[in-house]
Every structure is written in C-alpha cells, then in structure tokens.
Design a protein around this ligand. Sequence first.
Ligand SMILES: [Cu+2]
Length: 205
Amino acid sequence: MSGPAQRGLLRGLVITAVLAVLALGAYVVFASLIPRSSQDGGSGQVTIGGPFELVDHEGRTVTDRDFAGRLMLIYFGFTNCPDICPTGLQTMAIAMDELGAAGEKVQPLLITVDPERDTPAVMKEYVQAFHERLVGLTGTPEQIAKVAREYRVYYQKVALKDSSLGYSVDHSGFIYLMDGEGKYLTHFRHDTTPEQMAERIKSKL
Ligand SMILES: [Cu+2]
C-alpha cells in the first residue's frame, strides 16, 4: 500500500493543499488592502472618509465643510517622499488640466502624513509646484491621525540610517474621490494614468 504511486499521489495532495492555503492567505491580505465603498450595501461595511479639521497651506483652519459642493480628490502623502507622492500628485495635476472647466467642481487635496515637518509654509511651496488648485493640508499629529483613520490610510515612520532626513514615512498610495457631501465615490491607485483618472472623475460629475 505504500508503493511509489501512492507516495506520488500523497505528495501531490500535500502540494495542492499547501498551494490552496497560500492562495487563500494571499487573497485575504490583498482584499484587506483594498478600500471598500460605504455603498457596498453589505453588512459590516467599511466606511471611508469623515469630517476633518485641518490647517491649509495658508495657515487657515479648514474643515471638510469648506469643500462642500465640490468633489474632493484626496491624496495622503508627504513632501519629502522620494517618488510615490510626486507620481500620484503629477497624475492628479494632469487629470485636473484634462478636466478643463469641469475641474472647477473638483478640489484636489494633499493631506500630509508627516505633520511634524510639513508645516503650512513647507506645504505651500510643495503643492504649488504641482498645480495652482492643489491645496495642502496639515495639522497636529492628532488631527492627521484622525483623518487618516477615517480614510483607512496606513502610515508609519521609518528611521533612515544613512540620510540627513532622519526618517521617512511609509504610507498607502490610494487617491480618493469623495462627493460634494464628503461621501466616498471611488478611489484610484497612484499609478492610474491621468486620462483614466479624468475619465472616471468626469463620469461622477
Ligand atoms: Cu509618498
């Protein structure tokens, strides 16, 4: 009963079982990384977004209500980010230009995940290099933690050994589109093309 054929079959079954477990694990991890709409309708839904009070790049206190009536296109990042943030923000900037006049109903926002270094003055210089309509938002670490929690944004300081910067910030790279009342409409990956982004924004206007 333990000939080569049986052993081969057994090995095959074990490998299949291991692969199935790995695939399931990968699916669970992947699914948890994707923001879910509050409009999925299912039970136990995850809501994205919520009220916030932050400080804009002119140093004024602003809340989500200040942007009511416009779609909010929101990216969470930080000004010292080496490449992911510039790519995402560049995409948002080109998409805004593609929208033309319709873009006036859209407010692009950058919310920093590095509030200690990203002061209003630092944010101002940074956002204006991308787009004249891009507004930079910062705040106290507590205000930033709250809004990041509401938008299910992951961010984590990481020490940099051989850099004068001292630390970097790991963060998720989704760009959120919220409706005129601050409710979730859709989201984009940071590597979405500007054309795709402009098209999808247009379909929500
Ligand atoms: Cu970044």
